[in-house]
Structures are given as C-alpha cells and as structure tokens.
Design a protein around this ligand. Sequence first.
Ligand SMILES: O=C(O)CCC(=O)C(=O)O
Length: 280
Amino acid sequence: MKSPFTVRPLGPAIGAELVDLDLDSIFLPATMTAIEAALVKHEALVLHVPDLTPEQHLAIAQHFGEPEVHTFYPNLGAGFEQITIIDSKLGDRADMWHHDETFLPSPPIVTMTHAKILPPVGGDTCWISMTTAYDALSDRMKKYLDGLHAWHDMNGPMTAALRHKVVTHERYVEVVTMNRRHLHPMVVSHPVTGRKALYISPTYTTHIDGLAPTESDAILAYLNAHCQHVLFVFRHRWALGDMVIWDNRSVIHHAILDYQPHQRRMQRASVFARGHVQPV
Ligand SMILES: O=C(O)CCC(=O)C(=O)O
C-alpha cells in the first residue's frame, strides 16, 4: 500500500517532518499506524497542518491512548476538555527541560502541540533525544545507573513559578499540597522499540533514591549536562499551524521564552497509556 505521507528526517538522531499528509486520512487506522511508527523511530514529528480541527487533534491523540484533561491549564471546553491551551498572555510557559508530568505514577506517553498564535520571531521549542544521550554514556556509567531510581517532584518548579510571580501564593499552596511526586527508574526501556533512555530532567528530578545527597547532586549534574550536548538536540522554528508530536518515553523538551511581550498560544493534547495509574 502507498504510504499516506513522506517522512523527511530533520536530524540524524531525532526529528522528522511528515510531508504531503492528507488530513482526511488520519481517521484511517493505517495512517495512524504509520504516524506512530515514524514517531517511535524519530521521537519528535513535525506535521504542517494549518487546517487541523480540534476533532482531528483529538482523533490523533486518541490513537495513542487516553487523552488527558489537564489539571492545571485551561482547555477548549464543551467536548474538547482534552485540548489544553498554553497561552503566554495567561502567564503559561514551559521554559525548562522536562518530560511531561513525571511527578505522576504513569506520566503522559505522547504529547502533541499545535501552533495557533506565534510571536514575530522566537518561541522555538527544543527536544533532546534521551535514547541517543543514553547510548553515548560510558559502559561504566550505564552499569552504575542500572537499577537506580530517582524522585520526580512537582514542588520545585512550583516554587520557581512563585518566585517568578507566574503563580499566586494561593495557587502555589493549592498545588504543593497535592504532593505530586513519584519514584521512577533512571533508565527506561521503550515499550515498542526496546531502546533504553535516560529518564531524568533538571525540572522534576530532585534526587536519586538511596544515595548521599552530594553523590546524587553530582551524578544528576553530570547527566543533565551530558544530555544537553548539541548532538542530542532537535530545535523547531514554528510556523503557524505546525503540530509537533513527541514521545515522552524518549525525549525531554523546552519551550524557549525569548519573545516577550509578544503572544504565543499553543493547543496541546497529552496522552496517557491505556490503563494508566490514576493520580490520587
Ligand atoms: O509550547 C511548547 O512548545 C511546549 C510546551 C510544553 O512544554 C508542553 O506542552 O508540554
């Protein structure tokens, strides 16, 4: 069967774009299977879809699992509660390296963001291939990490948000008392490809379980610096109507905040694996 689009790699380690995708075909299982295959291989996929409707956005999300109704961000409402709005005019920003919501027991596996309003220049997003970063570690370091787990906590970024006056004190107290933290393996295996990936981020990972604080801090500082090497990074300069789908099991991301006072508004859906553990 003819492929429903052409996959053009945008970097050797991570990133590809889908060319000539017919949006009507996304309701065909074969198209979504092909998109998923391209995603797990390239880890971040750019689709040029200015005409994408919220129905189509949701249909793509539903292919991957259970779209999330986000706890913190506003959404499109009335049947589209799973389409979240991240708008700089509301003070929402994601200018830090992170996987999505790793303070949860089963964080979203895939996220997809559609550019609706962009600044005249700036506002790019970057992704790091945590599989390629893992592959580049020494065998000694890989052995050291084997079996280690680290804590992922929501409270650090909330404290930073309070300090930057992005949240009110009332909102800060409301969120931190939810006590969103979880222990995850430092290295995970991708359920489809089997590739190993580092599973830490400077945003949510606070410390390695069972290690002395100085050792944990030193190891995390080394790993975070290692991951941010340019060799592992894919940077996308958005055009209006682009959508990027990324695989949270293989990448971390960072939305660059360099465009103020201009507005940047994205509509996004994040997707839990089917049967995920509900946060309490
Ligand atoms: O706005 C972006 O480019 C990405 C924002 C982000 O971190 C997210 O949607 O999870």
